[in-house]
Design a protein around this ligand. Structure first.
Ligand SMILES: Cc1cc2nc3c(=O)[nH]c(=O)nc-3n(C[C@H](O)[C@H](O)[C@H](O)COP(=O)(O)OP(=O)(O)OC[C@H]3O[C@@H](n4cnc5c(N)ncnc54)[C@H](O)[C@@H]3O)c2cc1C
Length: 424
């Protein structure tokens, strides 16, 4: 088994990183080379701005190269709950932004010729318990009537054609998609570079200072100045940006990938070939890879650490969950096991805007694989003062009480959700 992201292992390396010292004077400096940063850089470069991306490791090293690869349209959480928490207008705007983000990806991939197996697979939200189906059905009725007619409610009987496991029904969101996340992120970086963005890898920003209108950013390889800065560091946000660290909770999420499945195994487990998410609080998400591996993820443990030891521990828990859902695959070989950090916010809604001189977009809470490119582009337009399409503008973002960057409270949150899963 490789303790490595399947996406990282099966994508070409990005060959366009700038060489030599980090230096220069730019219109915009983007910190972080994931989907958010690269989406913004592409948009900025296309508009003729002089833009630099500073990435601490390699492009796609963070969550963008480690995720489950579910490009789900609409809100990941209950639309009914979002209306209560955000108000109807913003809940609809956010729902539509997530829909639009899949269209953005589809168009961008076609325009830039990115070879990444993009496919509108459709997403199934699977009811793990009978009472969960009731809640899914209530949410479906509102979604279907108010924001997304491209949805369907499937009974347990209908579901037999989709998934070879005993769930109690599901909501199908037809516009959701999948792609090869590693090939996409490298293709996105190549596109940004082709349009003129300068991308430095191994260039961690260690200092940020603003003097008048100019920002000064330092890395171990030199420094740059810029008129505007976009912080796109998600769950990996460094301590120099304390404001965001007090608002982003970095939570581990973990994934295993099986060996490629045979046709008969797919027919018995994932005949519908869609993205699947279970309805438990500590649930699982799974899909097939382009070469027919089952990519099976979940929170597994409430840990803020993703290294080989932590990933292996979580991988063992995931293997047991996989066997529980698909006993037919109980003994299947696991070829990959990896983890990454998810940029959670307390209310699980993302945030994007301008604070204390810097622009930001983050807090996707496990559902940014599609929204991050789109929101990066929206923030690029805001920086350029071209258009104001930010669906999160003005949304309050209080700090998490008692949180200064290291989420000491995660084990307690884990216990709480375990208890909820037992009683709900
Ligand atoms: C295991 C896992 C599974 C997931 N599954 C899904 C899914 O199926 N569907 C979905 O929608 N979302 C999923 N997500 C979430 C999704 O991947 C993220 O929301 C999205 O990738 C965020 O992109 P980003 O560019 O904002 O952040 P990232 O991709 O994390 O990029 C941030 C970058 O900033 C860099 N950085 C940090 N500090 C510095 C510094 N000081 N200087 C320079 N660079 C720095 C990091 O190296 C990193 O590359 C998952 C996440 C994880 C971890």
């Amino acid at each position: 088994m490789k303790f490595l992201s399947y996406w990282h292992d099966t994508a070409p390396a990005f060959a366009g990183a700038a060489q030599g010292p980090v230096e220069g004077r730019f219109d915009v400096a983007v910190i972080g080379g994931g989907f958010t940063g690269l989406g913004a850089a592409l948009q900025l470069a296309k508009a003729g701005a002089k833009v630099v991306v500073l990435e601490a490791e390699k492009v796609g090293w963070g969550a963008s190269g480690r995720n489950g690869g579910h490009l789900n349209n609409g809100l990941a959480h209950s639309y009914l709950a979002a209306k209560v928490e955000l108000g109807r207008e913003r809940a609809i705007a956010l729902y539509k932004a997530l829909d639009d983000s899949i269209d953005t990806l589809e168009a961008l991939i076609a325009e830039e010729g990115i070879d990444c197996n993009f496919r509108r697979a459709g997403k199934l939200k699977l009811a793990s318990k009978p009472q969960h189906f009731d809640a899914i059905a209530r949410n479906f009725e509102a979604v279907h009537a108010e924001v997304d007619p491209d949805t369907a409610l499937l009974s347990a009987y209908d579901l037999k054609q989709e998934v070879g496991a005993p769930f109690f029904g599901a909501m199908l969101s037809k516009k959701s998609a999948v792609m090869h996340m590693g090939r996409y992120v490298v293709g996105l970086a190549e596109a940004a570079q082709r349009h003129g963005a300068m991308i430095f890898e191994q260039a961690a920003v260690t200092e940020h200072r603003q003097a008048g209108r100019r920002h000064h950013l330092k890395t171990p390889r030199g420094g740059v100045t810029a008129d505007a800065v976009l912080v796109a560091t998600g769950a990996y946000t460094p301590s120099i940006f304390g404001y965001f660290r007090r608002r982003i909770i970095a939570v581990g999420s973990f994934i295993i990938a099986t060996r490629p499945l045979a046709e008969a195994e797919i027919a018995a487990t994932m005949p519908g070939n869609r993205t699947c998410v279970t309805s438990m609080n500590i649930g699982n998400y799974f899909r097939l890879s382009p070469d027919n591996r089952l990519i099976f993820g979940g929170r597994a443990r409430f840990s803020a650490t993703s290294d080989q030891r932590s990933d292996a521990k979580s991988g063992a828990i995931l293997q047991a969950s996989l066997a529980e859902i698909f006993p037919q695959l109980a003994n299947v070989e696991i070829d990959y096991c990896w983890g990454g950090l998810v940029d959670m916010t307390k209310d699980r809604f993302p945030r994007a805007g301008y604070h204390d001189g810097v622009w930001y977009a983050m807090g996707y809470s496990g559902h940014g694989a599609q929204l991050s490119t789109h929101l990066g582009m929206i923030m690029a337009d805001a920086i350029l003062d071209r258009s104001d399409r930010n669906p999160l503008k003005g949304l309050e973002w209080p700090a998490v009480p008692g949180h200064f960057g290291k989420p000491w409270f995660l084990p307690f949150v884990g216990m709480y959700y375990k208890m909820l899963d037992r009683i709900q």
